[in-house]
Design a protein around this ligand. Structure first.
Ligand SMILES: [Cu+2]
Length: 122
């Protein structure tokens, strides 16, 4: 009985982990992927977008600060969703299941750190 519950829970957690990361979808200009980040404000948006826009193969970048979702359109021959996620971690933010680079995070402005916007609800 216990074993059955554990198996069910494990499967459930596993499927949640898989669904947490969105698969890229085909669009006119290449592929589009939505990546959940740890961005908290307009400065984060600026930092991530201005960095990603120069990344090889990246066509369009947009971060929605409210949902923390980064939408990227890229050429599948020049880059991949994982490379883009990696790049986001190097700017200092989590990207889906990929953890941010600790050094990059240390260098972020104070307002972009965890909890900086908790008090006023932003
Ligand atoms: Cu910020």
């Amino acid at each position: 009985m216990i074993t059955k519950i554990i198996t069910t829970l494990t499967l459930l957690l596993f499927s949640l982990a898989v669904f947490a990361q969105k698969e890229p979808v085909k669009v006119d200009k290449g592929y589009k992927v939505e990546i959940k980040t740890s961005a908290v404000c307009e400065m984060c948006k600026e930092a991530i977008e201005s960095d990603l826009v120069f990344e090889k193969g990246v066509k369009e970048v947009n971060l929605d600060v409210d949902t923390k979702i980064l939408t990227v359109v890229y050429k599948e021959k020049k880059t991949s969703a994982d490379k883009i996620r990696k790049r986001v971690t190097e700017v200092g933010y989590h990207a889906d299941d990929m953890k941010r680079d600790p050094e990059a995070y240390d260098n972020l402005p104070m307002c972009c750190k965890d909890g900086a916007h908790d008090d006023d609800g932003h």
